[in-house]
Design a protein around this ligand. Structure first.
Ligand SMILES: Cc1cc2nc3c(=O)[nH]c(=O)nc-3n(C[C@H](O)[C@H](O)[C@H](O)COP(=O)(O)OP(=O)(O)OC[C@H]3O[C@@H](n4cnc5c(N)ncnc54)[C@H](O)[C@@H]3O)c2cc1C
Length: 425
């Protein structure tokens, strides 16, 4: 039996995680989907994102859990090290306190996977973007930078924290960008034949409120590096052309140890260098006045990479938005209102960062770094005792397995032509 959504076409802007995930679900519900991505292909770049808690549940429902686990970065734990390579604190992945897990996947790998899983049903358009949105009672007319125009039942904006399309549907008082006072730069260094393969996430706090990190990736051809540094105000680095960003970043790498020259050489060569002045998006509503245009993922409620929850939020948001649009296929406004109602507590919880984050993890002096290590070691020791003594397991036995922070609604009845992958769930 055809679903009520059949032949309703939905345009999605942004082809990273949230956008293709919405397309994936809308295809399942019988919508016709088109996705426009401004990059000239599936956008590469980005380092680890992980898919835990409710995000993992959403992934299972997509039937993609095994695909994501197969693309694991091969990271087995976290090692805090000094600039001369001495280990200060080792946190194995299976330990009582772990900063990494089995679902760590590179953002670019995940985006490519989602492209592969949607391309047979979704029309992907690269090198174009929406420049105008005209919402009517019976649909949405969209104008693209290329000059093309299109009419759609609804439009989903999934084009990231810096979304340019958001302002086409929300006024300046409808949302705000709340900076964390933190820059993050991501780039990669090619591995040389003589380099040993480090399967640990290596973190080095540097005086001057800086933190340097290097992580393995699954093909072992390069090492992913990121540098974070506090900056109470934006210095405009994020808006500079790449060559000027490289020059702006160099002073922040001073004193980073024996690999300093290679960090800089990698920075100069990597065309996918990604520099962001990190902040959260807080919006009063995640949809247009008429309700036919909705925001999802970082464009709607970015929690920042520091939260570690950007990707789970996107997967859950995509699942609920698509489900509600299908449930209310003849009343998209009702669908997007329900989406916001269901998601709001989860988004609020996720955007609430622990007090002092991120500055507490980035001391200014060498002495401050020693204090931070002392606190970290104490936390790890207490957690190990808790786990070793069985107290943790005892509490878990009576409280049941860890639950996702949001109970995902069940939209199975809305699916048409379910694939064998979905039947496994
Ligand atoms: C290049 C890149 C690297 C990242 N690296 C990391 C990382 O290492 N760690 C981490 O935790 N998070 C990273 N993120 C953020 C992470 O992907 C998100 O927090 C999370 O997965 C939610 O994703 P999203 O799909 O909502 O937004 P994003 O992942 O930001 O994707 C937005 C997409 O929209 C596209 N786009 C932007 N503007 C337009 C437009 N006007 N029209 C059409 N398309 C547009 C972008 O090219 C991109 O593909 C990265 C994002 C990007 C884009």
């Amino acid at each position: 039996m055809a679903s009520i959504a059949t032949k309703k076409n939905i345009l999605i802007s942004g082809g990273s995680i949230a956008g293709p995930s919405v397309a994936f679900w809308l295809n399942r519900y019988g919508f016709k989907t088109t996705l426009v991505e401004r990059w000239d292909g599936v956008r590469p770049g980005g380092q680890n994102v992980d898919v835990e808690n409710a995000g993992r549940e959403a992934l299972k429902r997509m039937g993609l859990e095994a695909d994501v686990l197969a693309l694991h970065t091969k990271e087995t734990g976290t090692n805090w090290i000094t600039t001369d390579g001495r280990s200060r604190l080792d946190m194995p992945m299976t330990g009582a306190v772990s900063a990494t897990n089995e679902s760590e996947i590179q953002r670019g790998d995940f985006a490519q996977l989602l492209y592969d899983k949607t391309k047979s049903e979704t029309e992907w358009i690269f090198r174009d973007q929406i420049v105008a949105i005209n919402e009517r009672d019976d649909g949405v007319q969209v104008e693209f930078q290329s000059g093309k125009k299109g009419d759609y039942h609804a439009v989903v904006l999934a084009d990231g924290v810096g979304s340019r399309t958001r302002k086409l549907i929300l006024g300046p008082d409808d949302y705000s960008f709340k900076p964390l006072g933190l820059y993050i730069a991501y780039w990669a260094i090619p591995r040389e034949p003589s380099d040993p393969f480090y399967d640990k996430w290596q973190i080095t706090p540097l005086p001057g409120r800086r933190l340097l990190s290097s992580r393995p990736e699954r093909t072992a051809t390069y090492t992913n590096v990121f540098l974070m540094f506090l900056s109470p105000k934006s210095q405009g680095f994020e808006k500079l052309p790449k060559s000027e960003q490289v020059e702006a970043l160099k002073p922040y790498l001073r004193g980073s140890g024996k690999y300093e020259a290679r960090y800089i050489a990698g920075l100069e060569k990597d065309k996918d260098l990604y520099l962001d002045y990190t902040g959260q998006i807080h919006a009063k509503r995640w949809y247009s006045a008429g309700g036919r245009v909705a925001l999802v993922g970082d464009a709607a409620y970015c929690a920042t990479p520091v939260s570690g929850m950007g990707t789970p939020l996107s997967l859950v948001g995509a699942y609920i938005l698509a489900g509600e649009l299908a449930k209310h296929a003849n009343d998209p406004k009702k669908g997007v209102q329900e989406y916001q109602r269901l998601m709001t507590p989860y988004v609020k919880e996720t955007q609430t960062l622990a007090p002092g984050i991120p500055s507490i993890a980035m001391p200014n002096s060498k002495w401050g770094i020693e204090v931070m290590y002392w606190i970290l070691r104490t936390i790890v020791a207490v957690a190990r005792f808790w786990s070793w003594s069985g107290l943790g397991r005892l509490v878990q036995r009576f409280s049941g397995p860890p639950k996702p922070e949001i109970d995902l609604p069940d939209y199975t009845a809305l699916e048409v032509g379910r694939s064998s992958e979905a039947k496994k769930f």
